[in-house]
Design a protein around this ligand. Structure first.
Ligand SMILES: Nc1nc2c(ncn2[C@@H]2O[C@H](COP(=O)(O)OP(=O)(O)OP(=O)(O)O)[C@@H](O)[C@H]2O)c(=O)[nH]1
Length: 203
């Protein structure tokens, strides 16, 4: 299968809850970011890490970009990732999400390609809630993000609701990840300990 498109890993947050920079997370001695990159590069032609610490990536073989509008949370990273990408749609994942599900990513990617609709985002919805990561955003929303941030707003989920968004519903998404583990993120040391207990042999 031909690989195409861009994936971006958001790695520019404050990691307040974890207590150390989450982009340095290691799972079984291996940096989680490296694991994400190696899985994503099976599917995507271009990989971008959006970080404000480029010094961590000196011998990294992929594109590293910094936030352009700084200190606005994940939207800062999505904005920079979209601006710097070579693709119309960019897949975004957080640097603390260990369970990449390539089948689901591929499913969304082809859905977007084949949809006969002008959409600006494709994310998963469960009930009234949205999973903003492990989803795709269009380069067309760069200006929307700039306007939104200029108004002092920061909520990614609220912005998604304003956009022409295609929602994959929970029932469909659970076919790929019955226990929802593809959306797991490691925000705290407890999350990490719990994850490592179950995954000490993860490759
Ligand atoms: N590039 C970039 N990424 C960000 C920024 N803020 C958050 N992120 C990323 O967005 C994802 C979700 O962030 P959160 O875990 O909610 O926030 P965080 O700041 O990393 O962590 P907390 O301080 O514990 O809330 C993570 O992958 C972060 O690295 C930012 O300002 N710039």
């Amino acid at each position: 299968m031909r690989k195409f498109g861009t994936a971006a890993i958001l790695a520019g947050g404050k990691s307040t809850r974890m207590g150390f920079d989450k982009q340095l997370l290691k799972i079984n001695e291996k940096k989680l970011i490296d694991k994400l990159v190696s899985k994503l590069s099976v599917e995507f032609e271009e990989i971008i890490v959006v970080t404000n610490s480029p010094e961590y990536y000196l011998d990294f073989n992929f594109k590293v970009v910094k936030d352009i509008i700084v200190e606005k949370g994940p939207l800062s990273g999505i904005h920079a990732g979209l601006k710097e990408s070579n693709s119309q749609f960019v897949y975004f994942i957080a640097c603390d999400m260990p369970n990449i599900n390539l089948k689901y990513i591929r499913y969304m990617k082809y859905k977007i390609r084949d949809l006969d609709m002008d959409i600006k985002a494709c994310v998963t919805r469960f009930g009234v809630n949205i999973e903003p990561f492990n989803g795709f955003y269009s380069k067309d929303i760069v200006l929307d993000i700039e306007d939104y941030l200029a108004q002092g707003k920061r909520s990614l989920n609220q912005l998604i609701k304003q956009l022409q968004t295609y929602y994959v519903e929970e029932e469909e998404a659970r076919m790929f990840s019955p226990n929802w583990d593809m959306f797991l993120n490691l925000n705290t040391k407890e999350d990490l300990e719990y994850f490592l207990k179950d995954n000490c042999n993860i490759s």
